[in-house]
Design a protein around this ligand. Structure first.
Ligand code: GTP
Ligand code: MG
Length: 137
């Protein structure tokens, strides 16, 4: 599809960087299909990140992702998944390229400001985790 899913993570929301991040997303040519501010429980974070269940950082990640408000969004653009991963940069901000969202706003490997779906299939699954059909325009 031409859609991807993203969330501004608790560190970036707390720091007041949501506006700047949304501005970068729109400037890069993504159209916002759905957007809200919400907070999830550690258990809901566990469901969202179920693919990482076996990873050593799973519990810390779920605690962190439920530690404060987040801003999930569905975005539309040609080649959305790959282009968005490029815009956010590497998982570890130390390796993120200049001009990427993580280079500018991420604090650490865990508190790395933003999420981006890694495939069309996961974009659909992750988008429907947060938004119903009538919330997508
Ligand atoms: P997402 O867009 O958030 O999915 O990031 P990613 O695809 O670049 O990375 P990945 O899916 O491998 O990991 C998911 C999230 O787990 C990362 O964004 C980090 O917040 C966290 N994470 C990944 N690796 C580590 C790690 O080694 N230690 C810790 N504490 N957190 C990690
Ligand atoms: Mg990922």
């Amino acid at each position: 599809t031409n859609k991807t899913f993203t969330m501004i993570k608790p560190d970036a929301v707390k720091d007041g960087n949501s506006g700047s991040i949304i501005q970068m997303i729109e400037a890069a040519g993504f159209r916002i299909v759905a957007l809200k501010k919400t907070q999830i429980s550690q258990q809901q974070a566990g469901q969202f990140y179920a693919v990482h269940e076996e990873r050593p950082f799973y519990e810390a990640l779920c605690k962190y992702m439920s530690s404060g408000p987040i801003i999930p969004m569905i975005l539309e653009k040609e080649n959305a998944v790959a282009d968005f991963r490029k815009l956010i940069g590497a998982t570890n901000p130390a390796n993120a390229e200049d001009g990427t969202i993580r280079k500018l706003f991420a604090k650490s490997m865990e508190a790395n400001a933003i999420h981006g779906s890694d495939s069309d299939e996961n974009a659909t699954i992750e988008g429907s985790f947060f938004f119903s059909g009538t919330e997508q325009y």
